[in-house]
Design a protein around this ligand. Structure first.
Ligand SMILES: [Zn+2]
Length: 664
């Protein structure tokens, strides 16, 4: 209904626009031949980019910056990818699109959930985590609100292709080719669950973050194990569907032969398989789902160690919608071969868990970029007119993982590893420079190019445990002493004596009467006063290790968000200083003993901090007139290019003062 009202408003605005000469009843169709190319480079950092440009590593970026323009791009509040790309997609901030963080909370249960997922009521279907395959009438549901810019381009007949845009799973209905990106689950409905099979009695078996370590026996040089698929709701208790596989280990050589369904292949130690197709049987002949995965033989002897990637939705026969048109992902497979469909494809969790080492993770991360480049090389030459958007994840994930090897100040910096893998991140930047080189060859005076990132990057040296700080400062009361092994969010919290709590990477919520289940802070003046008090105190927090301010900015949602969802997110947005981030446990509602901790995770760079400290980049072949462009200016810029009036509720302004493409 809301969408329909918005459409109507748009149509009325349109009637008043003299530029369109068709009758109001018919949507005017764009007839031009102009082109707008947008390269979306997640996490490309202006400081690193300038450094690599100065070192001569990025000749195409240097050329573009010299001939066109290079600006900092104001990121979203908070500067997290799902929020930031939603700002770009809708031209609105979180108040307009409703994505505030990777993690949201239900004020009634006070339990966290991933912001891209929705828990469906139990239906007789196939559950992939929170999603339901539409066998039982349910379906995957997009949680981002607001209209995507390409839906409006479709309304005006501007052709467009949108590749791997984050926060677009399942992809919104579109006329062009679109492929979903960050937020797309694996076949188990998670954001990526690897499996690691080992007979090492010392391995810590069980569930680890992002994966499972599964004990196996080697008997007569053979291993029998199972691949774990989606939960099978057709069976009592909804156990996960499994498919057996066997591994025959050569008794002398470091080689193993793996058999799974119809696939038989040999891996040497240290070798990755191609994509392997697996079908999970749920109800025979009716409810089967297909996935793809890659095997890596880490060790054959003396201990057996086999890594299996998260089982990705098979793009040739997707269990959930991942593209428009529906068969487009399958067409891509025919052209380029199989590819990772899981939103965050780089297996950072396996590196953090110690299952893959730097070398092995790097091989995997390079495969991801190679696949993206293959798709780019197949699709970009087909682009003729309208809008072409392509997203690259590599700089973001690899800056997260390899910051510790480019920054000698980082507590996890390791000089030996740095000589081996310190060049990995600059080399990923150079690959993006090569992609830009391919694009620059095809620019003409009808083409506008935007190269942009959603945010920059910063070191993540120290964790700040916001909930522990709130506890120690009397804003949270526990029923009993915090249990460090407790992983359930806010276990033990006495809500009747708790005034505020932290959840997600930057969110701080008041325990507000009438909103939270046991809210006890009165809305209005008392809530305002409490927010002011917490803001002031947080800005005074110093790290005892070095007397540095841990928090440099605290924003009130009511002051920075506009739109219908402005009140659904956190009340305060905590902006950390460079070098700091909310700790791993506090973001999920737990209470580590110390307020500050060293970050020892290989995930050593981050950007979920004070948004003014991690701007993104915006480069163009045309002079950018805006001096401080923001992500929310990109959608208005796209519309201005094609003479489309800016829809109601959209913030921001075109970054160019004149439009190039005119309605003809
Ligand atoms: Zn990131």
């Amino acid at each position: 209904m809301k969408t329909r009202t918005r459409k109507l408003c748009l149509a009325l605005t349109l009637c008043a626009t003299a530029a369109f000469f068709f009758s109001c009843r018919r949507q005017p169709k764009w007839q031009g031949d102009e082109k707008l190319i947008i390269l979306g480079i997640d996490g490309m950092d202006p400081q690193l980019l300038k450094r690599f440009m100065a070192e001569g590593k990025m000749p195409n970026f240097s050329g573009l910056a010299a001939r066109g323009s290079f600006r900092l791009l104001t990121t979203s509040i908070p500067p997290q990818s799902p929020v930031a790309w939603s700002n770009l997609i809708t031209g609105m901030n979180a108040g307009g699109h409703g994505i505030f963080d990777f993690i949201h909370r239900d004020p009634h249960t006070l339990q966290p959930y991933f912001s891209a997922s929705r828990v469906e009521p139990p239906k007789h279907g196939i559950h992939l985590g929170s999603w339901v395959i539409p066998l039982g009438g349910g379906s995957a549901e997009q949680l981002r609100q607001g209209k995507a810019f390409w839906e409006i381009l479709d309304d005006y007949g501007v052709p467009n292709s949108i590749f791997r845009m984050p926060s677009n799973f399942p992809p919104v209905q579109a006329k062009g080719n679109t492929l979903s990106g960050m937020g797309t689950p694996d076949l188990r409905g998670s954001y990526g669950t690897f499996s690691f099979y080992t007979d090492d009695p010392l391995a810590a078996v069980g569930t680890v973050e992002g994966g499972q370590i599964i004990p196996v026996q080697v008997e007569g040089s053979q291993v029998n194990a199972k691949l774990i698929g989606p939960d099978n709701t057709f069976r009592k208790g909804s156990p996960p569907a499994v498919e057996p596989f066997t591994v025959a280990i050569d008794p002398l050589e470091a080689v193993a032969k793996i058999s799974v369904q119809d696939n038989k292949f040999v891996l040497r130690e240290g070798e990755w398989s191609d994509w392997i197709h697996v079908e999970f049987q749920l109800i025979p002949f009716i409810g089967n789902v297909r996935g793809i995965c890659r095997f890596y033989l880490k060790q054959a002897h003396p201990r057996f160690q086999l890594y299996v990637s998260p089982i990705n939705i098979d793009p040739a026969d997707p269990a959930l919608p991942i593209s428009t048109p529906k068969n487009y992902s399958g067409e891509l497979v025919e052209e380029t071969g199989d590819f990772y469909t899981q939103g965050i494809s780089e297996d950072t969790k396996a590196l953090s868990a110690g299952v893959l080492d730097d070398k092995e993770y790097l091989q995997q991360a390079k495969t991801v970029l190679a696949e993206h480049r293959q798709i780019f090389d197949a699709e970009f030459p087909k682009f003729r007119r309208g809008v072409f958007f392509f997203y690259f994840s590599s700089l973001d994930l690899n800056s997260h993982m390899f910051w510790r090897l480019i920054d000698p100040q980082h507590p996890e910096y390791d000089a030996t590893l740095a000589t081996q893998y310190g060049s990995a991140l600059p080399e990923f930047y150079q690959q993006i420079d090569q992609v830009l080189g391919e694009v620059l060859q095809h620019l003409d005076d009808r083409t506008t190019l935007l190269v942009l990132s959603d945010h920059g990057f910063a070191p993540y040296n120290r964790s700040f445990n916001l909930n522990t700080w709130l506890l120690n400062n009397g804003y949270i009361t526990l029923r009993s002493a915090p249990n460090p092994d407790q992983s359930q969010a806010f276990a033990n919290v006495d809500w009747s004596r708790t005034r505020a709590y932290g959840l997600g990477l930057n969110g701080l919520y008041l325990n507000l009467r009438g909103r939270e289940r046991e809210g006890m802070v009165e809305p209005g003046a008392p809530a305002d006063a409490l927010m002011g008090e917490i803001q002031d105190k947080l800005l005074c927090v110093r790290d005892p290790q070095n007397d540095v301010a841990a928090v440099t900015r605290v924003d009130r949602a009511s002051e920075v968000y506009q739109g219908p969802y402005a009140r659904q997110g956190p009340d305060l947005l905590v902006g950390y200083n460079r070098g700091y981030r909310a700790g791993w446990q506090t973001i999920l509602g737990n209470f580590p003993a110390e307020i500050f901790e060293n970050n020892t995770n290989p995930w050593s760079g981050d950007h979920c901090i004070d948004y003014t400290l991690v701007p993104g980049v915006l480069l163009s072949n045309r002079p950018i007139d805006a001096t401080t462009p923001a992500l929310t200016d990109i959608a208005p810029t796209i519309f201005a290019q094609f003479g489309i009036p800016q829809p109601d509720g959209m913030m921001g302004h075109p970054v160019f003062s004149s439009t190039r493409a005119q309605v003809k």
